[in-house]
Design a binder for this molecule. Structure first.
Ligand code: ATP
Length: 463
């Protein structure tokens, strides 16, 4: 049954049966009313998230999943939030957890062929994440789902690390993961390479698939960690020589000696019947539903407010979890006919600085031909012809515009001065002040727009 509140909030989705339960709430099956597509909606209680101080974890999971599109990684389609709940609309993976599959198998372990096929997919998914700069850091059987066709989908990126989480030494320093799957160097607290520790966890998963129990286990956590440090997993003689060799090389306690991802892929045991996944990764089923949900025309993207905030890493998220319901608010990020008074203001500032203004339909072109002899005395002038175009105005909401002041050619110093002048006259914020020298991306802009709206700040930003 679907509660009225949830029905109203999600709007486009009809919630169905419960698929599972996590730390912060339930995961339910959902049908998209428009496309009929089936999804999994992870519903998290904000109060529970906050009481466990896990808001950063949720934002991290969202930001990471947004980066990833691979057939062996669970796809995130949309995010919504209400006063009390956060909703993540995920690809539906309806074959259960890998753990259940192993437990259901005869003898509690998988035939070597089947284990190899699943391990190949796991390695494909994990190596893709590494290529994108993402280390999962919590790879375990419970976080590997299997779809109805028997394909692996890696999930639960709440502990994942992105390049910005690396220390000055280029290593990760947060000890995290699940005890049985954790690599020895992570326990040592001296910094670790997240890709190599992910490889270790993949080795633990492979071991369980092939052998039917964990390579390192003990009720006493201290003893368990001692076993992991020692790294002497009992690798049964009855496994094929190739499988034994690969397991030994992955479960190598010294990360410097451990087999690397490329070497795993080249290993003869891995290579058998291996069919690599090649980009582009979009599979047709998923693609349709994404289109239905996320996009309008080519130039218009409906972006969910919470998603935007979650994506914009430079924004201050503090307070977000206590604040108002932004779930239903969609921001249109689209080219717009600029308001007349906006262009008139820009024109006035530019004319004051000696620019000629040429008006187009939704564009302004500002030019200034400078006289060399006069310019020498005037530090504000350029020796070349300056040409500046206000190319586009993006409407982020009815009261919020982003104006792109685009320099085609001319003197950079003069360009800066003109930007400052225009922003000063209009009383608006300059993007550079917020994002530094990094060119802002759409997510940043929309995230910023939302932040400005919510703080009732100046409803206009110039690039
Ligand atoms: N995309 C999905 N499709 C189908 N079932 C899913 C999906 N995601 C999660 N589930 C099911 O819901 C259960 C709970 O998942 P969830 O990610 O909330 O819990 P969790 O692994 O404890 O993570 P967290 O620590 O974030 O709560 C999973 O064990 C799985 O059975």
């Amino acid at each position: 049954m679907v509660s009225d509140g949830a029905r109203g909030l999600l709007g486009a989705y009809e919630l169905g049966r419960t698929l599972g339960e996590g730390n912060f709430g339930k995961v339910k099956q959902a049908r998209h009313r428009g496309s009929g597509g089936q999804f999994a909606v992870k519903i998290m209680e904000r109060a529970r998230v906050l009481s466990q101080r896990a808001d950063e974890q949720i934002c991290r999971e969202i930001a990471t999943l947004k980066l990833l599109a691979h057939p062996n990684v669970v796809r995130l389609h949309e995010v919504a939030a209400s006063k009390t709940k956060i909703y993540m609309v995920l690809e539906l993976v309806n074959g259960g957890e890998l753990l259940d599959r192993i437990q259901a198998a005869s003898e509690g372990k998988l035939p070597e062929q089947e284990a190899r096929r699943l391990f190949q997919q796991l390695v494909d998914g994990v190596s893709y994440c590494h290529e994108k700069g993402v280390c999962h850091r919590d790879l375990k059987l419970e976080n590997v789902l299997v779809d109805r066709k028997g394909n692996i989908k890696i999930s639960d990126f709440g502990l994942s690390a992105l390049p910005q989480h690396l220390g000055n030494d280029g290593l990760l320093h947060t000890t995290c993961g699940s005890p049985n799957y954790i690599a020895p160097e992570v326990l040592q607290n001296r910094g670790y390479d997240g890709s190599l520790s992910d490889i270790w966890s993949c080795g633990v998963i492979l071991y369980v698939m092939l052998v039917g129990h964990l390579p390192f286990d003990d009720r006493n956590i201290v003893v368990l960690y001692q076993k992991i440090f020692k790294g002497d997993a009992q690798i049964p003689e009855w496994l094929s020589p190739g499988a034994r060799n690969l397991l030994r090389r992955i479960l190598e306690p010294d990360p410097a000696e451990r087999i690397a991802m490329a070497e795993i892929k080249a290993h003869p045991w891995f290579q058998e019947h291996y069919v690599p996944v090649l980009p582009p990764y979009d599979d047709d089923d998923d693609h349709d539903s994404v289109k239905q949900i996320g996009a309008g025309s080519k130039t218009t993207h409906h972006i969910n407010a919470f998603q935007l905030i979650g994506m914009a890493s430079s924004l201050d998220l503090s307070g977000f979890f206590e604040e108002e319901d932004v779930s239903q608010r969609k921001i249109r990020f689209t080219s717009a006919q600029p308001p007349e008074d906006l262009f008139a203001e820009i024109e006035r500032s530019a004319t004051d600085m000696g620019f000629h203004v040429h008006r187009g339909h939704s564009k302004l072109r500002l030019t200034r031909n400078c006289d060399r002899s006069k310019n020498q005395k005037n530090p504000m002038s350029s020796s070349s012809s300056s040409f500046l175009v206000c190319t586009e105005v993006f409407e982020l909401s009815p009261s919020l515009y982003v104006v792109e002041l685009n320099k085609s050619h001319g003197d950079p110093a003069l360009y800066r001065q003109l930007c400052q002048r225009i922003c000063g006259d209009l009383g608006v914020l300059e993007m550079d002040q917020i994002f530094g020298t990094r060119p802002p991306v759409a997510d940043d802009l929309a995230g910023l727009a939302l932040a400005l709206e919510r703080r009732s700040a100046t409803p206009l930003v110039a690039l």
